[in-house]
Design a protein around this ligand. Structure first.
Ligand code: SF4
Length: 432
């Protein structure tokens, strides 16, 4: 891991004026604990303009020792704890984490790969998940009862996952039942199948499990929609409208048969005929990281680099996906770069920590982010080696801090929805 090429070090140099460039917030050079003590917000980065729901988990004050320790001291403590805990500990790191955290991860991957890793490491008593809240919940769903899943900073949520909550989805479901009834048609297909993206709370996965629905990831969304259309006349897709729209469009579903559901309006802001004719009802959610990418950025990249290959994540808006050369999950992007002949040029539309890391790992290519402004995921940013050292030191003393637990009433149906996904396609899928 080349820390001199990390996003954090780049932001520091930009802030000091020793490197050209721009960041979306000057606060990104601050340590994340500064924001734990301020009024609840997602913090600096791509979600800083999003409204955080009341009651979102908050992180208490990180002890002064960990706030004041320098990088060398934190490094010494983390390595010592890892050494002492051995196989009793596994550290999972999402692709979008800062390099300074991933330096300690035993596994690096997307949300589903990491949840699978958690399941495979049943010997580890403690799973420290350097990612965001829904990922730690999924790891808890797939791990054993004896294992503890720890999120180093409880404020590391996900603004997209927060855009659909269980009360809103239950209310939507009731309104749809009022409109369509609940009886299957002559082919045995029920009126609606709920599909939730992996990037959602365990409560929503549980909702899908209870109501004949399923979970999808960014790499198996089409397979999952095919599964759903075999069983239902239409799909309710949440929380990411873009993944739902991009996937259904690629399957030939016309845009006019994909009404948007706004949870703040009766019937989602739709008239009855739009809902009657619909094939996919899209929840009004989005990822603020991927919403930053534009068609103009792609046009600029193509002008400057005529041979550029533009790869974007399917959480990007539809016009961006349409203008790109290809779209796919983080793992798809990573593998496409690995498979390319030396000397290739890539413009990438996904989170900057992954893009900058790929550029450092592949000096044989030219790799850059479509967005020239550095704007990492606000919630991934909330994890820092200071919190990691804190939770690991506590583990050494037999204390489990920041444990993420999904209650049985939610976990049982949520596992059903995940199992349906695994049965729809073997577990090679991946998440955001
Ligand atoms: S990148 Fe987007 S979907 Fe992923 S954690 Fe951040 S806000 Fe959520």
């Amino acid at each position: 891991m080349t820390l001199t090429a990390s996003v954090d070090s780049t932001l520091t140099r930009i802030s000091a004026g020793t490197e050209p460039g721009a960041a979306c917030s000057p606060d990104l050079v601050e340590k994340p604990w500064v924001f734990d003590l301020r009024p609840p917000s997602y913090g600096p980065g791509s979600s800083m303009g999003d409204v955080i729901p009341t009651g979102s988990p908050r992180q208490g004050a990180l002890p002064a020792f960990y706030r004041e320790a320098d990088a060398a001291e934190l490094d010494r403590r983390i390595r010592a704890a890892k050494e002492a805990l051995g196989n009793r500990l596994v550290i999972l790191g999402h692709f979008y984490q800062r390099d300074e955290v991933l330096a300690y991860a035993d596994y690096v991957g997307d949300s589903f790969q990491l949840a699978t890793a958690a399941r495979e490491r049943s010997d580890a008593e403690a799973i420290v998940f350097c990612g965001v809240h829904f990922m730690a919940e999924t790891a808890d769903l797939l791990s054993t009862e004896e294992q503890s899943v720890i999120l180093p900073n409880l404020a590391a949520g996900c603004s997209m996952a927060d855009m659909a909550n269980i009360d809103q989805v239950e209310e939507c479901w009731e309104q749809l039942a009022e409109l369509y009834g609940t009886e299957p048609d002559a082919d045995g297909r029920v009126p609606v199948i709920p599909v939730t993206y992996m990037n959602s709370s365990a409560a929503l996965k549980g909702f899908c499990g209870r109501n004949g629905g399923i979970v999808c990831t960014s790499s198996n969304a089409q397979t999952v929609l095919e599964w759903a259309f075999e069983r239902g006349q239409r799909v309710l897709f949440f929380p990411d409208q873009h993944l739902g729209r991009n996937t259904a469009k690629a399957m030939g579903v016309p845009l006019e048969l994909m009404p948007m559901w706004n949870p703040n309006k009766p019937f989602g802001g739709n008239d009855a005929s739009a809902l009657e004719d619909s094939r996919v009802i899209l929840w009004h959610g989005f990822c603020s990281v991927h919403k930053r990418f534009t068609v103009d950025q792609i046009a600029k990249a193509r002008t400057e680099f005529p041979d550029v290959r533009v790869l974007v994540h399917p959480e990007c808006p539809m016009p961006v996906v349409d203008a790109a050369d290809a779209s796919g999950s983080t793992d798809y992007i990573r593998k496409a770069i690995e498979a390319a002949p030396a000397g290739s040029t890539f413009a990438i539309g996904t989170e900057i920590n992954l893009v900058q890391r790929l550029a450092a790992e592949h000096p044989e290519h030219t790799i850059f982010c479509l967005d020239p402004v550095i704007c990492p995921c606000s919630t991934m940013y909330r994890i820092h080696p200071g919190y990691l050292a804190w939770v690991l030191d506590a583990l050494l003393e037999g204390q489990v801090l920041n444990q993420i637990t999904v209650s049985d009433d939610v976990a049982l149906p949520a596992r059903i929805a995940l199992e349906r996904m695994l049965a729809a396609r073997p577990p090679i899928a991946d998440g955001a």
